[in-house]
Design a protein around this ligand. Structure first.
Ligand code: BEZ
Length: 178
């Protein structure tokens, strides 16, 4: 995976726009892989679903809290991607009070499929979702890769360890020290 370019995908996001008026002033906005990744060094982490317990209690809030520590290691943005639509991702971001981490809705799973990370979660009634992984991506090229063990369909558990912000920070610091 290291050295690979991220897939070219257009994400369908929803953004607030007061010009829309009415009780729900949001409109569609297309955002491409280039918009997210070109000319930046970012951390991308991917998880099985918005609002799920491990993701909501540990992974996303911990990335949010540790944002300035990632910046100190030369990371410009932290992105969280999930196979969920823009409405779900926006609601999750609001519930989490996010100010730092940016959420990417991969509703159709196209980015996740092209990354080779799409798995079945029919055992949970989830359908196709992302295996949990994270990556440091520099100008669209994967620089470091953190994939949880046991990639498989209908996995009984969803391992969480190597893709934690604490582990990625440790690896970024080791790289700078080396
Ligand atoms: C979680 O806790 O992150 C989780 C729970 C059920 C399915 C997938 C993830």
């Amino acid at each position: 995976m290291i050295g690979r370019k991220v897939p070219d995908v257009t994400f369908r996001t929803r953004v607030r726009d007061e010009a829309v008026g009415g009780p729900n002033p949001f409109r569609w906005q297309d955002v491409t892989s280039d918009d997210y990744f070109a000319g930046k060094r970012v951390v991308l982490f991917s998880l099985p679903g918005a609002f799920t317990p491990t993701c909501s209690t540990y992974q996303l809030p911990d990335f949010e809290k540790l944002y300035s520590e990632f910046q100190a290691e030369g990371i410009n943005e932290i992105y969280c991607i999930s196979v969920n639509d823009a409405f779900v991702m926006n609601a999750w971001g609001k519930q989490q009070g996010l100010e730092n981490v940016k959420l990417i809705p991969d509703g159709s799973g196209e980015f996740t499929r092209k990354m080779g990370m799409l798995v079945r979660k029919d055992n949970l009634g989830f359908g196709l979702r992302s295996w949990r992984y994270a990556a440091v991506i520099n100008n669209g090229i994967v620089e470091q890769w953190f994939e949880e063990e046991g990639f498989s369909d209908n996995c009984d558990s969803d391992p969480y360890g190597v893709s934690s912000p604490q582990n990625i920070l440790e690896k970024l610091r080791e790289k700078i020290a080396a």
